[in-house]
Write a protein that binds this ligand. Sequence first.
Ligand code: TRP
Length: 344
Amino acid sequence: MGICHSLFGYQCRLTSKAVIRVLSGIQPSGDLHVGNYLGAIQAWLQDQHEFDAFFTIVDLHAITVEHSPELLRANTLKLAMTLLAAGLDPEICTIFVQSHVSAHAELSWILECTATYGELSRMTQFKDKGKSNDSIRAGLFTYPALMAADILLYQAERVPVGEDQRQHLELTRDLAIRFNTKYGETFTIPQATIPPLGARVMDLAHPTAKMSKSSKSPAGTLFILDSPDEISKKVSRAVTDTENSVRFDPVNQPGVSNLIDLYCAATGESPVEVASRHTMYGELKKSVADALIALLKPVQDRYSEFCKDPAEVSRILKLGALKAGEVANPTLIAAKTNIGLVTP
Ligand code: TRP
């Protein structure tokens, strides 16, 4: 065992895993769906065993658009409980709420002062989200600097994110390189790691669009906490086609192929195997619903346990914030010193 410098024994913990740091974040902006679970969360569950992993619920990002304070509070706790129920283990990874570690907001300001107006204006997510909103918040514009702070504070090398976040990761790298060059070596340059399946879980009602929390069709989105009944209903109403043959052909049969994909992701089988075992759509749908119900049942059971013990959830999040602060605070001090702020 290595030397334990820290209160929580980071040095010791690291001897049993690769000393590669992973960080990812998720917004508490609505219930988690099966696309999140099979895409992002399952990759996180693996990462926690292989790397020194930090996962943060980014509540500060959630207030960059119109929101309800009550709902934000409820969603933050609900998300924490869902992640824990899904299997994130606070004994082997660090799970925390972004606003509990004030270094995020502080480093974000410093990075905003190194990013340019031009760079932030080119972010496609800002252009998309800003379009539909007359009174765009300044925080929506500077959102990528906060995301860069989330990552750079932890000297993270790997950042598992969806394809839609690739541009934000590129900006994070640019800001880190610029800071290091101008003010001295401060940050590790991170890399995006894009899980292969994340992009593939499609909306059941619109199988050419990704399953999404903000979808206009609740019928097409399977939530992790949906009851077995709701799952069966949604899957049985999933859009298919008139070909009447179960083949894995995402271009010509997107609905059927999405169902096959879901089945494979839930069971680990290959699309060809699944397609060869089913001939009727109804039969395929029944298999998919059963597989998803079986996959989600243990998560839902653990979720109910956490609901009964809010004190335990709050204890886990407090400990997570302390562990996160141990890594984030020294980076913040280095950044402040290097950029010329006088530290007390
Ligand atoms: N912007 C990310 C998203 O919407 C969430 C996020 C915030 C994040 N900070 C992060 C992801 C840091 C990875 C690392 O999905």
